[in-house]
Structure formats: structure tokens, C-alpha cells
Design a protein around this ligand. Structure first.
Ligand code: NG1
Length: 581
């Protein structure tokens, strides 16, 4: 199973970027990172950790309700060059970023008797010493993501009660090509790459599975202040080239690579990401957007359970997926094996959708939301119990809470994910190398329906995203939708490969906010993307450690097996670009 595999440790770049063109482009970037690291810290990095961003093809805002999603890693990524440092502070960190916007930061964890955050984000008193790192949740700071990655490994791998295990001081240099606030999950990529960097330098990688890394990073990212689901971390860690991942979270994390039909169909098709250029700051807007949706879906789950005649204890806080499983009468234990097959899941989703109407208030004014008082009453809890269970751990704000619309989106989107997966699997199973265009049309219809649901029911779109997805369809996309949290950020469109250039030119010409862009900025705003490989650690080969003079010239090297034998590429200099080995 994909989630059970170990974290890959590579010694050459072509193991990471298997197509030569991408590898060649990336080599220059990696080499620059190595050189900059040496300039700043006086030594070569011991490792380079890579974590890609992701594009979610379908399944928006349902990961924290624990329903399956369908993302793929993109080629844009975060790279962190890292190595041990001579910092005298215990576990002290110096973090630099090649982007001058993000200034140099130094920090060190401290041991103190403190309140430890529990897995649920609630505070639980602890008498023992624990590691502490200050993370500012109110302000968006780049190093918060580095700290989040570090925090997660401190108490787990360096128990304060074991004085012989202490974190080593670390130097980091970060470079990223995932635009921030764009819905391509730069934040998860930062947290995953940071976690890997601290694990690698502290020699704690061995035995760790991809699934364990995802679970750690889901917790790590919550430390920055967003109660996110696990989609981004799972996609960044587990993805493989050419495939999307069908990721499920309940009863335990599982990821199934699903080959995309896009490289085999006639016409062939690709996914195009287009940035609306509306920056959506998840942390700052959390209380009226992301975190509010988390609370609305959780309270919606409780009220639905009661309306479906299920019994719930006053301290139980199930998700919509858990309520769904109980309603189907399936015995499922968190962390246990999955007992719900895809067919039962699909049939169940179709059956539960009409039941969601039970969450709709019957009011003359058409208001589908509930005031706080009404919501507390509907939950069957006292105001104190309600506050403790749903509000004490999160800051949210709304005049009306939309339980009905949010639950309707979640169940219908979960069904669309299964339908999307089916189309892809059907295409993959066909022995015919030419698939009908209707395959792409079916995928496009599902993407468009997802956009409508995100806009109308989940209210996570915005006028620019609505406009951009509409323009994309008019420019010939089979389907187009927002990707990621929404309220700004990127769209993803499915476009025939032979029409991509025309499609991109058309959008550049008609989407208003692109009119002031040129050069790289315009190129970075709209681009076709291929599903790429997941997170990994690059470790210079043994030879490079034993023979420093070799390392001098061959900063990043890789070998490509051609018909006439292996060809070694390196990026030490132009002259070294290609040498037959
Ligand atoms: P973005 O903001 O695109 O990284 C967020 C959440 C996901 C998921 C999507 C909506 C984080 C780190 N990620 O993605 O878990 O809920 O929104 O589908 O908050």
C-alpha cells in the first residue's frame, strides 16, 4: 500500500524527475541552492529535502469531514537544503530563504513545564517537561511553517525524559516554486519539507513510512492555526508521477494511485492551473472561512445524526463521514481497517443525500442558516456543553451557521469524487489505446458540478474564481473548478493537449487581472501541469562524501540510461553538462 512505503532517499536527480527536460531545468535550480547554502553557511548541505505542492482535481473541503479526495502532486515544489550547524543553542535553527521577501530567522526550542496541545487542538495539562517553540498564529510568518515541522518531531523523537537524545542544531536554506496563497498548497509543502529536513539532519528517517509522515504533518500544520484535513500533506508525500491519488482518511489513512486517462486519450488532455491572483490567506481569514466551515460541518454531523435517529453522547464530536458509517450500520474503528467498500459507499451517498434535507430550517424568509442560539438548540446540548465541544478550541464568527448547505456539498462532492475515480479506472482498464472523448467530457462535467457546489453551497469561491472558471469553459476547457481552499487562489481546468497553447493565450487575453502581467509573472500565473512524484530526501552519494574534490565539481548529478548506455549529467558548469560515463 502506497502509505506504507518508506520515505524515498535518492542520490541522483533523475530518480526524482524522471523526464530529462524537467531534470535538466531542475538541476540548475538545485545547484544554485547548493552553492547559496555553501556561501551562507560555509559547508555543503548534508541533504536536500523536497516536497511538492498539489492540485486537487476534485473533492474540495471534504477531507476534514473524512471523505475521500482526489489530488495529484504538481511539479512546483519546496526545496530545503540542510545540514548540522555549530549553533551553540540546543537544537538551535538558522533558517534562510532564497526569496529576499522572507528574512533570515533564528530560533531554538526550549524545555519547559507547559500545557501541551493535544491531538484535537484542545489544551490538556501536563506535569512533564516538554519542548516549546513560539509560533505566532495571528500573523502569517514564513518561519512558522518551519517551526511547525520542527515542533512535530521534538516531543516525538527527543523525549525530554531521555537526556541522551537531544536535537542537533540545524542550518536550513529554503527555495520554493509553489506560489503562496494560491490553493496549490505551498503551506503543506513547506511543513512536509521542514519535517523531512529536521528528521534527516537528526538521522531519524529510517523506518518512517509515508503514512506516518503524513499523520505527523497533519498535526504539524495545525500548529500554524488552521484546522486542516490531511489532503495536502498526503498528496505532497505519497504522490507518484502520471497518477492522481484517491485518498481516504477514515477509519485510517489510505492512498490509492489512480492512473489518469489524460496521457492516453484522443485528444490527449492536460490539467491547466490558473491563478485568480486573489491571495487567500487561510490563517488570517480562518475564523470566517476555513475554521468556520470545519465547525459548521462538525455541528451539521451531530444534528444530522440526531435527525437520523442515531444516539450520540454529549462529548462525542463525530464527522459527517463517521455519522454516515454509523447510519449505514457499518462497524468502523478509528485507526482500524476499512470495512466500507467503494460500491457500498457510493450507494450510501446516493441514499443519504435526500436525508440532508432534514437539516434545512423551514422558514418563510428562505434563510437556510441558523443563529448560534438555534444551532445550540438543534445540537441537543446545553450552551456550556456546546461551547466546550465545538467552540472552545477554535475561533469562529458568523451571524448564521449554514449546516444544511455545507452538509449537502460534502455528501454530493464525496459522490463526485467516486464518479471521477470510476471514469479514470474505466479508462485505465480499457486495452484500447484510443479512448473516446466522452471520457474527458464526463470528467469535465463532474469538475463543473463541483465548482457550482463550491460556489453555491460551500460559499468558498469568489467573483474572480467564478469568472475564471467560466472563461476557461468558454475557451474550450472540458471542465474548470477552483482548487484548494478557495476564496482566491487557483483554478484547475481540463484542456485538450493540442489546444493548450491556444487556451492559455485566450485566458491571458480575456482574464482582466492578467492584463498587467508580463514575462515570468504571467507564465507563473497560468501553466499546464503534470502529476509529479511525492516528497523525498536527496542525499549526496557516498562518493561525494568520501571525495570532497568530486563534490566540488559534481554538485548535483544524475544518470540517464539511453539506448547506447548510461549518460551522466551534472550541473557543475556548462562544460560538464553532458559527459559519457
Ligand atoms: P489549501 O488551502 O489549498 O492548501 C486547504 C486544506 C486542505 C483542504 C482544502 C480544501 C490546509 C493545509 N489544507 O487547502 O486540507 O481542506 O483546503 O479542500 O489547510
Amino acid at each position: 500500500m502506497a502509505a506504507q512505503l518508506p520515505i524515498p532517499v535518492f542520490t541522483s536527480l533523475n530518480e526524482i524527475h524522471t523526464d530529462l527536460q524537467t531534470a535538466a531545468l531542475q538541476a540548475t535550480r538545485w545547484d544554485n541552492l547548493v552553492q547559496e547554502f555553501e556561501k551562507r553557511y560555509g559547508t555543503k548541505p548534508a541533504y536536500i529535502c523536497r516536497a511538492p505542492g498539489r492540485v486537487n482535481l476534485i473533492g474540495e473541503h471534504i477531507d476534514y469531514a473524512l471523505f475521500g479526495v482526489f489530488p495529484a502532486a504538481v511539479e512546483s515544489d519546496i526545496l530545503i537544503a540542510c545540514g548540522p550547524s555549530t549553533d551553540e543553542r540546543l537544537g538551535g535553527v538558522t533558517a534562510e530563504n532564497l526569496n529576499p521577501r522572507y528574512t533570515r530567522q533564528t530560533f531554538a526550542p526550549i524545555l519547559k513545564n507547559t500545557l501541551l496541545p493535544s491531538a484535537q487542538g484542545t489544551e490538556a495539562a501536563s506535569n512533564e517537561e516538554s519542548w516549546f517553540l513560539e509560533i505566532d498564529k495571528k500573523e502569517l510568518r514564513w518561519e512558522s511553517y518551519v517551526k511547525a515541522g520542527y515542533y512535530g518531531i521534538l516531543n516525538r523523537f527527543f523525549p525530554p525524559s531521555a537526556p541522551n537524545t537531544r536535537p542537533v542544531p540545524v542550518n536550513l536554506l529554503v527555495t520554493g516554486s509553489v506560489p503562496s496563497g494560491s490553493g496549490l498548497s505551498s503551506s503543506a509543502a513547506m511543513v512536509v519539507a521542514s519535517t523531512l529536513a529536521f528528521l534527516a539532519v537528526n538521522d531519524k528517517l529510517s523506518g518512517l513510512t509515508k503514512g506516518q509522515l503524513v499523520e505527523m504533518d497533519m498535526e504539524n500544520e495545525k500548529r500554524v492555526g488552521v484546522n486542516s484535513g490531511g489532503m495536502d500533506q498526503a498528496a505532497s508525500v505519497i504522490s507518484i508521477p502520471q497518477s492522481a491519488l484517491y485518498i481516504t482518511f477514515f477509519p485510517s489513512l489510505s492512498a490509492e494511485p489512480i492512473p489518469l486517462p489524460t496521457p492516453r486519450t484522443t485528444p490527449r488532455a492536460v490539467f491547466v492551473c490558473a491563478n485568480s491572483l486573489v491571495v487567500s490567506d487561510k490563517v488570517v481569514g480562518a475564523k470566517t472561512r476555513y475554521n468556520l466551515r470545519v465547525v459548521e460541518t462538525l455541528v451539521g454531523a451531530r444534528v444530522l445524526a440526531l435527525r437520523l435517529g442515531l444516539s450520540l453522547g454529549p462529548t462525542e464530536r463525530p464527522t459527517l463521514r463517521e455519522v454516515f458509517g454509523r447510519w449505514l450500520g457499518i462497524a468502523e474503528t478509528k485507526g482500524g481497517p476499512s470495512t466500507l467498500d467503494v460500491e457500498t459507499l457510493r450507494a450510501g451517498l446516493e441514499r443519504i443525500l435526500p436525508e440532508v434535507e432534514k437539516l434545512k430550517p423551514s422558514r418563510a424568509d428562505g434563510q437556510e442558516g441558523l443563529t448560534l442560539e438555534e444551532m445550540v438548540q438543534w445540537s441537543g446540548l446545553s450552551p456550556e456543553q456546546f461551547h466546550e465541544l465545538y467552540l472552545s478550541w477554535v475561533d469562529v464568527e458568523a451571524t448564521h451557521f449554514q449546516l444544511y448547505k455545507r452538509a449537502k456539498h460534502v455528501f454530493s462532492e464525496a459522490l463526485r469524487v467516486l464518479q471521477f475515480r470510476d471514469v479514470c479506472l474505466r479508462a485505465a482498464a480499457s486495452s484500447d489505446t484510443t479512448l473516446p472523448e466522452s471520457t474527458l467530457v464526463e470528467l469535465g462535467v463532474l469538475m463543473n458540478a463541483s465548482q457550482t457546489s463550491c460556489a453555491d453551497l460551500y460559499e468558498c469561491s469568489c467573483p474572480e474564481l467564478d469568472a475564471l472558471t467560466k472563461l476557461a469553459r468558454e475557451a474550450g476547457a472540458y471542465g474548470s473548478r477552483l482548487t484548494g481552499a478557495g476564496w482566491g487562489g487557483c483554478t484547475v481546468s481540463l484542456v485538450a493537449e493540442d489546444k493548450v497553447d491556444e487556451f492559455i493565450s485566450r485566458i491571458k487575453a480575456v482574464y482582466g487581472p492578467y492584463k498587467n502581467l508580463e514575462g515570468d509573472a504571467l507564465h507563473d500565473a497560468i501553466f499546464a501541469t503534470k502529476p509529479s512524484s511525492g516528497a523525498c530526501v536527496y542525499k549526496p552519494a557516498l562518493a561525494t562524501i568520501l571525495y570532497p574534490e568530486y563534490f566540488e565539481t559534481v554538485k548535483v548529478d544524475w544518470t540517464v540510461w539511453t539506448q547506447s548506455g548510461p549518460v551522466r549529467y551534472s550541473c557543475g558548469s556548462e562544460a560538464e553538462q553532458k559527459t559519457q560515463s
